[in-house]
Design a protein around this ligand. Structure first.
Ligand code: CAO
Length: 421
C-alpha cells in the first residue's frame, strides 16, 4: 500500500524528544527518515532512563520508530562532506539543536540553500526571536514559559506541570504540520523554506483558552472557575483545579473504591442540554424546575454544591459503571484511566494506538502508535534503529558510494564504528 509521504526523504538531525516526535510522525506517514547521530553514543536518550543494561532505553525506542540511523561526526571534514551530500539529496532537514549549533557545524540556512535550494529546513527552538532566543529549553521550561504551568493546579498550591509532553511532543506536532505545508507549497514554487516551531509558542497555542480567559477577566470574574462566587480573582487567570475550561462546567468526582485506588475517579460534565437527564440519574428531579438550578446561569454560583451531590451518586458506582449509566443518557463523562489500564486496553490495541513492537536487543515492548489514522496510508510501526545500523546502506543506496569511497570515509574515522543488527 502506498503511503502519504512516499518519496519524501528527511535528514533527521533531531535528538531528545521534541524533534524525534516530529520525524517519527513523518516516518509513520511514509517518509524515509535518515537519523544522523554522533558516533559513539548517538542520541543522548539511547542511554537515559535505561531499564535494561546496554539496551536502548524506552525513552529512545518509543520516539524513533521507523527511522534509519547513520553515524556521522559532523565536525570531522570527511563527515561534513558526507552530510553535505545528504543535504543535496534530501527534501527536509529537521533539527532541534541548541540555538547556533547548526551554524557552528557550517550548515546554516545560507549554506543549505546553496547545496539544495529545494531543501526545507525545519527547526524546534525553545523560544522564537526575542530576549530568550539563545536559551536551551526542555519540556517543563516550555510548559512554564508558555503559560501552562501558571494556569494548572489548584488555587492554593504552586504552579504545576502536566504529564502530557505539550512542550516537546506538542511542538513536534506543530513542526510536522509546518513541514507538510512547506512541502505542499514547494510543489508550486519549487523553493524550500525555513520552518520554525518555538516551544513557548506551541505551548501557548495549546493554552489558547487561558489567553481567552485573561481577556474575559477585564469584563468581570470568571463564573465557571471554582473561585466564583466566594474566592478572589487577581490580575491574571488563576489556576482552576479540575474545572472544565469550556462553556459546560465539569469536575473530577470520586467513584467507588477511591479510598484505595488513586484512579477511581470520573470526569463529569453538567452539559446544559442533558440537565434533565442528570437530575433524574442522580435522583434530584426537583432541580429540573427549581429556578435556583434549572438554568446554566443559575447553577454557576452553586457548582460546588451541585458537584458534591453528583459525587455522592458517583461514589456508589465504579468509574466504569458510572460511565455505562451516564452514556445511556448521553451525559458527557470519562473515567480517569491509569497507564496500566491504557496499556491493557483491547480497543486501543485493535486500532494500532497501542502497539507491541519487537526490538532486536530489547525484545517486546509497548509503544504508542500513530495517533492520526489515514484511510489510504496505513501505519506499520517498526523498531527504532540500533546506532549506526544503516550507515553502510545509506552511503551505498542513497549517496551511491562505491566500495573504494566507502572504505576511504570509513578509514577517516568520520563515521565511527557502526553497530550491527
Ligand atoms: N557530530 C558531532 N557533533 C554533534 C553531532 C554529530 N553528529 N550532533 C550534535 N553534535 C554537537 C552539536 O554540534 C553541539 O556542539 P556545539 O555546542 O559545540 O556547537 C553539541 O553536539 C550539543 O548540541 P546541543 O547544544 O543541541 O545539545 P545539549 O545536550 O547541550 O542541549 C537541548 C540539549 C535539548 C537543551 C538543546 O539542544 C536545545 O535547547 N534544543 C532546542 C529546544 C529543544 O528541542 N528542546 C527539547 C528537548 S527535549 O526536552
Amino acid at each position: 500500500m502506498s503511503k502519504a509521504l512516499d518519496g519524501v526523504r528527511i535528514l533527521d538531525f533531531t535528538h531528545v524528544q521534541s524533534g524525534p516526535t516530529c520525524t517519527q510522525l513523518l516516518a509513520w506517514l511514509g517518509a524515509d527518515v535518515i537519523k544522523v547521530e554522533r558516533p559513539g553514543g548517538g542520541d543522548i536518550t539511547r542511554g537515559q532512563l535505561r531499564d535494561i543494561p546496554d539496551v536502548d532505553s524506552l525513552y529512545f525506542t518509543m520516539l524513533n520508530h521507523n527511522k534509519r540511523s547513520i553515524t556521522i561526526d559532523s565536525k570531522h571534514p570527511d563527515g561534513k562532506a558526507v552530510l553535505e551530500e545528504l543535504v543535496a539529496v534530501c527534501d527536509v532537514l529537521v533539527e532541534n539543536f541548541a540555538p547556533g549549533a547548526l551554524d557552528r557545524m557550517g550548515l546554516g540556512w545560507e549554506q543549505i540553500q546553496k547545496l539544495n535550494p529545494r531543501m526545507i529546513m525545519a527547526s524546534v527552538k525553545g523560544f522564537g526571536p526575542g530576549p530568550y532566543e539563545d536559551c536551551k529549553v526542555y519540556e517543563n521550561i516550555a510548559q512554564c514559559a508558555g503559560g501552562a504551568a501558571s494556569t494548572t493546579g489548584f488555587d492554593d498550591g504552586p504552579p504545576l506541570v502536566t504529564g502530557a509532553q505539550i512542550g516537546d511532543s506538542g511542538t513536534g506536532l506543530h513542526l510536522a504540520l509546518g513541514i507538510v505545508a512547506a512541502l505542499y507549497q514547494r510543489n508550486a514554487t519549487g523553493r524550500g523554506q525555513k520552518v520554525l516551531a518555538a516551544m513557548q509558542d506551541g505551548v501557548l497555542n495549546l493554552c489558547r483558552v487561558k489567553l481567552r480567559d485573561q481577556q474575559r477577566l477585564a469584563h468581570g470574574v470568571l463564573k465557571e472557575y471554582p473561585q466564583y462566587p466566594h474566592g478572589t480573582f487577581g490580575a491574571s487567570v488563576p489556576r482552576a483545579g479540575n474545572a472544565s475550561g469550556g462553556g459546560q462546567p465539569g469536575s473530577i468526582l470520586k467513584c467507588k473504591g477511591w479510598e484505595t485506588d488513586p484512579n477511581a475517579y470520573i470526569y463529569f460534565i453538567t452539559q446544559a442540554p442533558v440537565w434533565t437527564a442528570i437530575c433524574k440519574v442522580i435522583g434530584r428531579e426537583a432541580w429540573i424546575t427549581d429556578p435556583d438550578y434549572a438554568t446554566p446561569d443559575a447553577r454557576l454560583p452553586r457548582l460546588k454544591e451541585i458537584f458534591g451531590v453528583i459525587e455522592a451518586w458517583t461514589m456508589t458506582k465504579t468509574k466504569f459503571e458510572a460511565m455505562d449509566i451516564l452514556n445511556e443518557h448521553d451525559i458527557p463523562c470519562g473515567p480517569i484511566l491509569s497507564m496500566q489500564e491504557l496499556a491493557e486496553d483491547e480497543s486501543l490495541r485493535k486500532t494500532g494506538t497501542v502497539v507491541e513492537v519487537d526490538h532486536p536487543t530489547r525484545g517486546k515492548y509497548l509503544t504508542v502508535g500513530n495517533p492520526v489514522k489515514l484511510s489510504d496510508s496505513a501505519t506499520e510501526v517498526t523498531p527504532s534503529p540500533l546506532l549506526g545500523a544503516h550507515t553502510d546502506e545509506i552511503l551505498r543506496d542513497v549517496l551511491k558510494f562505491d566500495e573504494a569511497r566507502m572504505n576511504k570515509v570509513r578509514a577517516s574515522g568520520a563515521l565511527g564504528r557502526a553497530a550491527h543488527v
